[in-house]
Design a protein around this ligand. Structure first.
Ligand code: TRP
Length: 371
């Protein structure tokens, strides 16, 4: 079904044009499939752009691409009613972030996990294929428990199994993710292998697709960029905010004046220039001058602002083009219906491979004899 553009609304003219494409969102043709996504906990930032978003944009032409808004996953660390009440607004923000980065809404599918409840059944069926010991050895789960100030919940321990269900529900072959998700794709591969060996070939063994920069350091130069650590530049940040964040960035703490030789290694300003700059000659020149104390922090930072704006400026324009009320929501609604159908089809194959279909048929046949 082609994406329905909200009725006559002058604001949505640009979006209407962008959405007017022959490719139907629900057509799942011969192309291999890809699934990835995010929890609806807040806006995406520069780390997401180089960790996974650029891959998503690049791969949307070759893969039938589905993007999950993983609200059930969010519950593993944030399950307060106030946090649940923010899911729709955050989901809208995630989709706008993705569209601003260049995903084509006529080509890809966005869906909200809680609108596909069957994924929980699939995750439940996978639970007997993974040991507690295996999950307890995944470091990022312990980090998430620690960062949330909570004890490891049963749900958090099962996070990778639910993620395996998301990925295998659409029988995806590729999963473009940042470094902190590699371990979950490993679990997914194990689940697929074990399921296929025990019950018959149903699932592909999906590949991780690594980003250009698997982990981007935050503006504090200490930990990886993360919204909750307050060291992130969001993709939707207005230009003055970007400038302020860059000008306040950590650089080389030992460098007190512009003529002190500075350190380029471990300096997040140069890490960002490497990740986002296109002009290698200018960057090399700045590095050389920085090392000898021939350029000030302010000049390097001003150049970084320019580099980031050349990327974020056009993204702000694309975001505007999709901002018409209801447009993103319609995409999520239709995408969820499509992902749900696909998940139901996978479950039919799973129940059949496992033998449940036979069990249920025999039960029904015998029950019918008494009528
Ligand atoms: N774990 C992802 C995150 O870091 C979110 C997610 C849930 C996901 N299910 C997925 C990513 C399936 C890729 C594939 O927020």
């Amino acid at each position: 079904m082609p994406v329905a553009v909200p009725a006559a609304n002058s604001d949505s003219d640009v979006s209407a044009k962008l959405l007017d494409d022959e490719v139907p969102t629900s057509a799942r043709g011969a192309r291999p499939r890809l699934l990835t996504g995010d929890r609806p906990t807040g806006p995406l930032h520069l780390g997401h752009l180089v960790g996974t978003l650029r891959n998503r944009v690049r791969l949307q032409h070759d893969y039938d691409s589905t993007f999950i808004i993983a609200d059930f996953h969010m519950l593993t660390t944030r399950n307060a009613p106030e946090q649940i009440a923010e899911i729709d607004a955050n989901a809208r923000g995630l989709v706008l972030d993705a569209l601003s980065a260049g995903l084509d809404p006529a080509r890809v599918t966005f869906y909200l996990q809680s609108l596909v409840p069957e994924v929980m059944e699939l995750a439940g069926l996978f639970q007997s294929l993974v040991t507690v010991n295996r999950l307890e050895r995944i470091p990022s789960l312990k980090d998430m428990a620690r960062d949330s100030g909570q004890e490891m919940s049963f749900a958090l321990l099962g996070y990778p199994v639910l993620q395996a269900a998301d990925i295998l529900a659409v029988r995806a072959e590729a999963v473009p993710v940042g470094k902190d998700n590699y371990a979950y794709v490993e679990v997914t591969r194990e689940v697929a292998r074990r399921f296929n060996a025990r019950y018959g070939e149903v699932f592909p063994e999906p590949e991780t697709i690594a980003g250009d920069v698997p982990t981007l350091v935050g503006t504090d130069g200490q930990r990886k960029m993360s919204k909750s650590l307050g060291n992130a530049i969001a993709l939707g940040d207005p230009a003055p905010v970007v400038r302020k964040k860059v000008m306040g960035m950590y650089t080389d703490p030992n460098r007190l004046t512009a003529d002190t030789p500075g350190r380029v290694e471990g300096n997040p300003v140069f890490a960002y220039l490497d990740a986002f700059g296109a002009d290698a000659a200018t960057i090399d020149d700045l590095k050389a001058r920085y090392r000898t104390g021939a350029v000030g922090d302010v000049e390097v930072k001003a150049y970084l602002v320019e580099v980031l704006e050349s990327i974020l400026g056009p993204m702000r324009e694309r975001r505007e083009a999709f901002a018409a009320p209801g447009l993103v929501e319609a995409l999520i609604e239709q995408g969820s219906a499509s992902a749900r159908e696909e998940t139901q089809e996978t479950l039919r194959r799973v129940r059949s491979a496992m033998g449940f279909t036979g069990v249920h048929r025999r039960l029904a046949r015998r029950a019918a004899r008494t009528r």
